[in-house]
Design a protein around this ligand. Structure first.
Ligand code: FAD
Length: 432
């Protein structure tokens, strides 16, 4: 147990829990739940959410020491993993057994339970986010009972993307796929061409995404094709990887951001400069090594899931908005897609989805930008990423999720006293 201030990765959320638990067993989790009775308990993972989901002045449950694989079946491709295991550790362990997660986001430092709980996703028109790969969960509920649940059970449907509001997930069981490689093709293309081909673009490869610097005319389009591991791979040379990822994408970009933040008038030309130095590269590697990148330049993000059919209109409005903002935007806009799924609180629930993520360098003004884009996306039926900044409350979120009231009903049943709530959850789900 330790006292101290906890901060999220971006440094935008801080909390001082009265007590921090570091469980090493399910019994430890049960003990923490009992100890927190009469107060509140918030599980937390790697702290990579931008929203104050994990913040509490009550009891914090730090799961980063509760790690490892408990069962792995190479015949069925199923793996049962302790909830504090990071995606990076999980990917490496799966790879050693010839397995992989079907789709991933762009970093791998989150815990598996933290990533699933907020609907973390990657890109792929025919693929879902991490929660769609989950087939069972073990939880400790507010009354201290340890339960298992799986597809078809209401607790499972509510708790998959459950924001840590239903109970403490102790184990996640995932359906994996045979290990595969990705052939990556990344190249700058005129933004107008990309926007003119939005319908076709996302079907050109298994995983397609693009981003652009708001004042530049070039987009960087990333197309990842799934290929068998046995197919010849040509990973990026370590020196080139160091130069392009560590120096250009992290160190040099970080410097540009610092200059743009200190001297806002330079931000527009610097954004154009960054856009102009985007370079093409082709390489291949095992899937998890291509999906995951290193993000050393700290930023704040807001990401909205809009129906695919609304994407073009939303991007038009976003592009019209940026030049009107009082403060310049220092970070790129990122666009990804996912297939419709049936997870109750998934941002892709029931509809093919496009994700539009906007970012701002830490410490640079973002309120006007995030609020104005949030209004645009919300008006297009958008659902905000649960782990990224947004302004919606339960009243605004409820009509966007057909199963929202079911989640609230299950939550009331399993946690009638609101043990697992905090101020942010009271806002987005309603009082616990
Ligand atoms: C640099 C960066 C890149 C990112 N890239 C992507 C991306 O590509 N795609 C994407 O969709 N998102 C992305 N995100 C968002 C990130 O994946 C999510 O915010 C994710 O939830 C963070 O996981 P975490 O382990 O840090 O969990 P935390 O942020 O610590 O917690 C998230 C939620 O999970 C709950 N939780 C954690 N553990 C448990 C448990 N055992 N039982 C019950 N509840 C639990 C917490 O209570 C909280 O509600 C990114 C974030 C950053 C900072």
């Amino acid at each position: 147990m330790a006292r101290g201030v906890w901060r999220n990765w971006a440094g935008t959320v801080a909390a001082t829990p009265a007590r921090v638990h570091h469980p090493r067993s399910v019994d430890d989790v049960v003990a923490a739940v009992h100890a927190a009775r009469g107060s509140h308990l918030r599980p937390r993972g790697s702290g990579h959410s931008f929203t104050p989901l994990a913040a509490t002045g009550g009891h914090a449950l730090d799961l980063r020491g509760w790690t490892g694989i408990e069962a792995l079946d190479t015949t069925t491709g199923r793996v049962r993993v302790r909830s504090g295991t990071t995606l990076r550790a999980l990917n490496a362990a799966l790879d050693a057994h010839g397995l992989a997660l079907e789709n991933l986001g762009d970093i791998d430092v989150q815990t598996i339970s933290g990533a699933v709980a907020t609907g973390t996703h990657g890109t792929g028109a025919r693929l879902g986010g991490l929660a769609t790969q989950v087939v069972a969960l073990d939880l400790v509920l507010a009354d201290g009972t340890a339960v298992a649940c799986s597809a078809g059970e209401e607790l499972f449907e509510a708790a998959r993307v459950g924001l840590g509001a239903l109970g403490v997930v102790t184990h996640v069981t995932l359906q994996c796929v045979p290990a595969f490689a990705l052939r990556a093709s990344e190249r700058p293309e005129p933004l107008e061409d990309v926007l003119g081909n939005l319908d076709g673009l996302f079907d050109e490869a298994d995983h397609v995404e693009f981003y652009w610097f708001p004042y530049g005319a070039q987009a960087l389009v990333k197309r990842n094709h799934r290929v068998p591991v046995a197919e010849a791979l040509a990973p990026l040379h370590p020196v080139r990887r160091f130069v392009e990822y560590d120096l250009v994408e992290n160190a040099a970009f970080g410097t540009l951001c610092r200059i743009g933040r200190a001297l806002p008038r330079t931000a527009v030309p610097l954004g154009r400069l960054a856009s102009g130095v985007l370079s093409a590269r082709e390489y291949g590697d095992r899937s998890h090594r291509v999906f995951a990148t290193t993000r050393r330049v700290r930023f704040v993000e807001s990401e909205w899931a809009v129906p695919r059919s609304r994407l073009a209109g939303v991007l038009d409005e976003l592009r019209a908005l940026v030049p009107r903002l009082e403060h310049p935007v220092l970070f790129p806009v990122e666009v990804r897609v996912a297939a419709a799924d049936d997870v109750w609180l998934s941002t892709a629930h029931g509809r093919d989805t496009a994700y539009v993520a906007i970012h701002q360098y830490v410490g640079a003004p973002r309120a006007e930008y995030f609020a104005a884009f949030g209004a645009i996306a919300a008006a297009a039926g958008g659902r905000p990423h649960w782990g990224k900044e947004h302004h919606l409350d339960a009243a605004a979120l409820a009509p966007r999720y057909p199963r929202f009231d079911d989640v609230r009903r299950v939550r009331r049943d399993v946690d009638p006293a609101g043990l697992f709530t905090n101020e942010h959850l009271d806002r987005v789900l309603g009082p616990g």
